[in-house]
Design a protein around this ligand. Structure first.
Ligand code: ADP
Ligand code: F6P
Length: 328
């Protein structure tokens, strides 16, 4: 039987732990007798024929590095069918018959489109998605690579902000990442004892959900406050002004931004990424394609890509209720 050739790419926003996933794919593939390529800058690498053959040592010493060794990109052109066909043709020429895509659900759509384009050309590319994004916003998986590191970075930053808020008896409003998903805000808010947490999944009323909560805690003697706001809610500078004007307490806004995307991955991200990368290659080795590796009930398993992309995210309302109950 001819040697199987597979490739791995990282796509969309980078996330700490992507390197650990790439390492796992490369090493598992080579261990199974496969030739393994790394594609640079997401789907751009397929369009620009920018790929490298990987060996065991090419992924040495990357498990603890943030960012992604393969670089990443958002490649709008890949949404066009003509470019998907071009990429599929290139894979055909290179003999690549399996691709692991580490990214978010947009990247999984790209993987599905690539597999479809290959079929049109009469070839087969087994495409496997691996959830990698700090946001934890992929409905089919309860965990995405990078989430734990991003939350721990946010936690450390908010703890530092709390020190100065406490010294000055101020209210600090901190924006954390998460455009459509409030998971980083919710968990960081709980872990830092935020007086209010604003997330895109829960409608809020500024008087009820921010001002009244501050007043209530003031009554119990508290004089500094942390408000954690998800990026998808935004408006932290206006919120700071409103709080100053309305309550006559000093308020400061901080947008944490891309600090949350970098840094050495936590143990959890390194281990989950290693498990997911291994699982992706195992699926290809078993002849399976159009799958997404997911975490369900704490276990690494896989789902059909169409089913995975149809799922709707469920926000953890119970955890939000707990946060609102104990942060007083
Ligand atoms: P994420 O993967 O984090 O959700 P994006 O939505 O930005 O991030 O998608 C990453 C990349 O995946 C895009 O830049 C594009 O290259 C590819 N992609 C996204 N949606 C599609 C689609 N419908 N068809 C083909 N490729 C897509
Ligand atoms: O999806 C991850 C994420 O960091 C979001 O939280 C954020 O909205 C977005 O990416 C920012 O993307 P970029 O600055 O890379 O365009």
């Amino acid at each position: 039987m001819s040697q199987k050739s597979i490739a791995v790419l990282t796509s969309g926003g980078d996330a700490p732990g992507m390197n650990a996933a790439v390492r796992a794919v490369v090493r598992t593939g080579i261990n199974r007798g496969m030739r393994v390529y790394g594609i640079h800058r997401g789907y751009n690498g397929l369009l620009k024929e920018d790929i490298e053959e990987m060996d065991l040592r090419s992924v040495s010493d990357i498990i603890g590095n943030g960012g992604t060794k393969l670089y990443t990109a958002r490649c709008k052109e890949f949404e066009l069918e003509e470019n998907q066909l071009k990429a599929a043709k290139y894979c055909q020429e290179m003999g690549i018959n399996g691709i692991v895509v580490v990214g978010g659900d947009g990247s999984f759509r790209g993987a599905r489109a690539l597999a479809k384009a290959a079929k049109k050309l009469g070839s087969d590319i087994q495409c496997i998605g691996v959830p990698g994004t700090i946001d934890n916003d992929i409905a089919c998986s309860e965990y995405t690579i990078g989430f734990d590191t991003a939350m721990n970075t946010a936690l450390e930053m908010v703890d530092r902000i709390r020190d100065t808020a406490q010294s000055h008896d101020r209210c600090s409003i901190v924006e954390v990442m998460g455009r459509r998903c409030g998971d980083i805000a919710l968990q960081t808010g709980i872990a830092t004892g935020a007086t209010a947490i604003l997330v895109p999944e829960v409608e809020y009323d500024i008087e009820r959900d921010v001002i009244a909560r501050i007043i209530n805690t003031q009554k119990t003697g508290k004089q500094h406050f942390i408000i954690v706001v998800a990026e998808g809610v935004g408006g932290v500078r206006d919120l700071a002004k409103y709080i100053e004007h309305r309550l006559r307490i000093e308020a400061r806004a901080t947008i944490l931004g891309h600090v949350q995307r970098g840094g050495s991955p936590t143990l959890r991200d390194r281990v989950v990424a290693s498990q997911m990368g291994y699982k992706a290659v195992d699926l290809i080795d078993k002849g399976m394609g159009n799958r997404v590796v997911v975490m369900q009930n704490g276990k690494i398993t896989d789902l059909d890509i169409d089913e995975a992309l149809e799922k709707e995210r469920v926000f953890d309302k119970e955890l939000y209720k707990i946060a609102m109950t104990i942060s007083i």
